[in-house]
Design a protein around this ligand. Sequence first.
Ligand SMILES: NC(=O)c1ccc[n+]([C@@H]2O[C@H](COP(=O)([O-])OP(=O)(O)OC[C@H]3O[C@@H](n4cnc5c(N)ncnc54)[C@H](OP(=O)(O)O)[C@@H]3O)[C@@H](O)[C@H]2O)c1
Length: 298
Amino acid sequence: MTKRILLTGANGQLGSEIRQRVAQMTAAYNLEPTDQATLDICDLAQVEAAVAAFKPDVIVNAAAYTAVDKAESERDIAFAVNAKGPENLALAASQAGIRLIHISTDYVFNGDNCKPWQPDDPVGPINVYGESKLAGEQSVLKALPDALIIRTAWVYSRHGQNFVKTMIRLMNERDSLGIIADQVGTPTHAGRLAEIVLSAVDQPTLSGIYHWTDAGVASWYDFAQAIYEAGSKVGLITSACQLKPISTQDYPTPATRPCYSVMDCSRSREDLGHARHWREQLQLMIAELDYENNGANA
Ligand SMILES: NC(=O)c1ccc[n+]([C@@H]2O[C@H](COP(=O)([O-])OP(=O)(O)OC[C@H]3O[C@@H](n4cnc5c(N)ncnc54)[C@H](OP(=O)(O)O)[C@@H]3O)[C@@H](O)[C@H]2O)c1
């Protein structure tokens, strides 16, 4: 049966990838994509009206305030979007008797670990963004205990702004770059994450907290090195750039970031789908960018 999905944050990285995949599977899903202009999740009345009008089977919340450094000075906005917004969606879902799939982050953990974080490990965010996302998880589960929360990490896509696109630009502009080598996590392509979210849509009995990232582990330095190699190979990076590993101390930012963010995804691999290694996913994204920049003109 066709599933009716109310999608928030439809123009973000994840939202765009979900829209793209649903467009290829029109018989399976009836999607109502909304962005901040058409549905501000901070406004409960708007959320309730959208649910009443579209009558979804499930709300997928891909909307968030994701500016990690800016959140340190915009705490109120971060909490409005990342805590109050998801609470509104959960309240509306509860009233309507429908599901909510909400996306959260590895930044709910403090990074002080040496083995992958389990979904039920103690949380302890160390920046405002992480605090606001944790508050969102808690308010969602309070209003709708059967909600499904998928924590992810280090997300990139050909849509929007992200580390991969920033690196490609900087690598073309500079002779050398210092990249942090003492923060470790798992780069995650929003495209595969979108497929995993749709897999969750198809399984109405799933609830609770899941972790999803691509497979493998990397420091930002490893990730940058792989971007340089893949980007140079297809001609997206056209000049030499030396990458130097630096420490977190050498690159102060307003928000403190966890040094170990790898998450244990075994439950989601079993219930939601298999993962590819992050290097393989990066190659796919670089190929998409290359097609966008060069292929279309070839
Ligand atoms: N990006 C990462 O590295 C990362 C890592 C871990 C977890 N996550 C989580 O993954 C999810 C998807 O992230 P993403 O990278 O796709 O985010 P994104 O590209 O920043 O997209 C978020 C979207 O939310 C929209 N939005 C902001 N405030 C809103 C509001 N009040 N009402 C409705 N929409 C609003 C934004 O619209 P405007 O642009 O118009 O403001 C934007 O289109 C989020 O839950 C995020 O916390 C992301």
